[in-house]
Design a protein around this ligand. Structure first.
Ligand code: CTP
Ligand code: MG
Length: 253
């Protein structure tokens, strides 16, 4: 779909509607243990194409026409460094810095607690998915406005096997129904807040935010954001992220 077609589709969607106020919560409070950075820094602070890794997500959400405010969730011991790094960038939107928790789930809850009361939708995003772009954000956010909950994702392309504990293939799983979940995951705030409280009450641990609302019986609309929206977890991912960013830069020139 061309950019103009996409813009027209979005405009049609909003004709006669006021766009709901939307906050982006960017999670950058992890330890990055699988990256094992030689510099001793966590992955969010690694430099990627001239910017701290977390900054790529901050700038993508800051440029999105669907986002009104930003919350960046960071580690306590990196708070000052992040604040200093942010000073070099002129952001269009208000950004609040807040300290995360010991788990991703706890950090997301801190992020939720930090958004303003007037926000109606929340987009939760892993800073580690530093290749996110404003068009991807637009696609997921507009799907959430229509369905209360939507998630970035991409269809599984490998043949998937179910394997026994001792390492033998038991069966081939039907791949046509499988997606890998990515972020952003976007929810109506009321729904997401309720889901968070229920999870705390029932001591449920989840591996993504979709699961929180799935547990309440809410359907989540899956939005294909393609294979470039990778999560930087290992050094190899970082190298791939660099290649993708350079290719995008070359395309623009
Ligand atoms: N995250 C967070 N707070 C935590 C743990 C994770 O905000 N307590 C964030 C990370 O910064 C990252 C995202 O959640 O942007 C996804 O987590 P992951 O890719 O697992 O990053 P890390 O936890 O930092 O890496 P690792 O698991 O290798 O230690
Ligand atoms: Mg982790």
């Amino acid at each position: 779909m061309s950019f103009t077609e996409k813009a027209n589709r979005i405009l049609r969607f909003f004709s006669g509607h006021r766009r709901p106020k939307t906050a982006a919560v960017i999670l950058a409070a992890g330890l990055g243990t699988r990256m094992k950075s030689v510099e001793g820094s966590t992955k969010q602070l690694l430099t990627l194409e001239g910017k701290p890794l977390f900054m790529h997500s901050v700038l993508a959400f800051d440029s999105s026409a669907y986002v009104d405010e930003l919350v960046l969730v960071v580690r306590k011991d990196e708070y000052r460094e992040v604040r200093r790094a942010l000073k070099s960038y002129k952001l269009k939107k208000p950004l609040r810095l807040t300290v995360g928790g010991d788990t991703r789930q706890a950090s997301a809850k801190r992020g939720l607690d930090a958004i303003s009361d007037k926000m109606e939708y929340i987009a939760v995003h892993d800073a580690a998915r530093c290749l996110i772009t404003p068009p991807m954000i637009a696609d997921v956010v507009t799907a959430a406005y229509a369905n209360r909950a939507a998630s970035a994702g991409t269809p599984v392309t490998d043949t998937v096997k179910q394997v026994s504990k001792d390492g033998y293939v038991e069966k081939t799983v039907d791949r046509s129904t499988l997606y890998r979940a990515q972020t952003p995951q976007v929810f109506e705030c009321k729904l997401y807040r309720a889901a968070t409280y229920v999870a705390i009450e029932k001591k449920q641990t989840v591996t993504d935010d979709n699961m929180l609302v799935e547990l309440l019986g809410q359907t989540v609309k899956m939005v294909d954001c393609g294979s470039e929206n990778i999560k930087v977890t290992t050094k190899e991912d970082l190298a791939l992220a660099r290649i993708i960013l350079r290719a995008r830069e070359e395309k623009m020139n």
